[in-house]
Design a protein around this ligand. Structure first.
Ligand SMILES: [Zn+2]
Length: 162
């Protein structure tokens, strides 16, 4: 069984344990994380697990380990349908092997021109440069993308047009 944003006890329970509740209150996990975890756990015996479920304007993005993307989607998209049904929203699954790969997948078809580590007053962040001419290809707003990338990678990021 894979790991989930919530603990094993909470997968089987209707309420959150104090630990998970605290992480929920702190915004580390969101209601989509909780709902998608319980759904995937109950609809698939293999229970592939995932890293984060992040709501965007048009769909919920489920970020999974690279090698479990197919299992999360399920045979003929079975799990994906269950997830979409319980989240009442379209669901997309993306694999996350490493930071750059995930960012490139999230921003595609727009191309990433480069990554830079930048030191700011609030600490270090990764600046992601996107070609200005391709901004219209982005599927989410800048705000949503920054939120998704930060949530999925635990890295502070800044998107800029270049
Ligand atoms: Zn818990």
């Amino acid at each position: 069984m894979g790991s989930y944003p919530i603990c094993v006890k909470c997968l089987k329970s209707k309420v959150l344990c104090p630990d998970c509740q605290q992480r929920y209150d702190q915004g580390i996990i969101c209601c989509e994380d909780v709902c998608a975890s319980r759904t995937l756990f109950s609809c698939d015996q293999q229970s592939p697990g995932f890293i984060h479920a992040v709501p965007t304007r048009d769909y919920v993005l489920v970020i999974a380990q690279e090698d479990s993307v197919g299992d999360v989607i399920g045979e003929s998209g079975r799990n994906l349908k269950s997830l979409a049904c319980s989240l009442n929203c379209d669901v997309k699954v993306v694999g996350c092997e490493d930071f750059k790969k995930l960012v490139i997948a999230l921003l595609a078809p727009a191309r990433v021109k480069g990554f830079n580590r930048v030191l700011t007053g609030e600490g270090e962040l990764t600046r992601i440069r996107i070609a200005s001419s391709e901004a219209k290809l982005l599927r989410m707003s800048f705000d949503d993308l920054q939120k998704v990338i930060s949530a999925a990678t635990d890295e502070a990021v800044e998107l800029v047009l270049d």
